[in-house]
Ligand binder design. Structure first.
Ligand code: GSH
Length: 207
């Protein structure tokens, strides 16, 4: 049994989607970041980063934080959603998601959606970075159903961030490959289930 500490955010959803895909039994422990529940002492012992998501694997006793690390751990443990022949390409794309896609699109949410007009410099910077990210993904999906041939943890890591394209002020019609890929993944029952395991129910866009 896996304990999943999470909230209804793109990083949190990555893990509940993968756990649903793996059909592993898991328990959701809500950590409402809007109420600072991630700052409680008990949680800092699980995630010293003081961020969601985190897991505790009760089988091994391991505590794991950072969503990319959790995705790798679970995919390796259950030998699914990671193509052995493409393990290092999986690493590269996952690192790109963790170091660029998540942080930059997160900043886009802060400036373009929650605080538009507060800083023209930041608005311009993060809009440009967001468009750049979408252009890279769009190109990677040219003639490909999934980012690495087969559906993998790379799709699972990126997809919940694309679900927030409206907050990032992205004109999604300019990215037809992304739309097709997004809809393809949105149809998966595990994705639909894993999208709403905690917090207020949200509908999946574009579906
Ligand atoms: N790199 C981390 C980022 C985690 C992260 O930023 N989590 C956000 C929610 S998506 C959070 O806990 N925010 C609360 C805070 O920063 O105080 C990961 O991918 O796990």
């Amino acid at each position: 049994m896996i304990d999943l500490y999470t909230w209804s955010t793109p990083n949190g959803r990555k893990i509940s989607i993968l756990l649903e895909e793996l059909e592993v039994s898991y328990k959701v422990i809500p950590v409402d970041i809007n109420k600072d529940e991630h700052k409680k002492d008990y949680y800092k012992k699980i995630a010293p980063s003081i961020k969601i998501p985190a897991i505790v694997d009760n089988e091994t006793g391991l505590k794991i934080f950072e969503s990319g690390s959790i995705l790798f751990y679970l995919a390796k443990k259950y030998r699914k959603f990671i193509n052995k022949k493409k393990e290092w390409e999986t690493h590269s794309w996952l690192m790109y998601q963790m170091s660029e896609i998540g942080p930059m699109l997160g900043q886009a949410h802060h400036f373009l959606y929650y605080n538009p007009g507060k800083s023209k410099y930041a608005d311009d910077r993060f809009k440009k970075r967001a468009i750049n990210i979408y252009s890279i993904i769009e190109k990677k999906l040219q003639n490909n159903k999934y980012l690495l041939d087969e559906y993998s943890i790379v799709d699972i890591a990126i997809w919940p961030w694309i679900a927030r394209y409206e907050r990032q002020k992205i004109e999604i019609d300019k990215f037809p490959n992304i739309i097709q890929w997004f809809k393809r993944i949105a149809q998966r029952p595990a994705v639909q289930k894993g999208y709403n395991v905690v917090g207020k129910k949200e509908s999946i866009p574009l579906s």
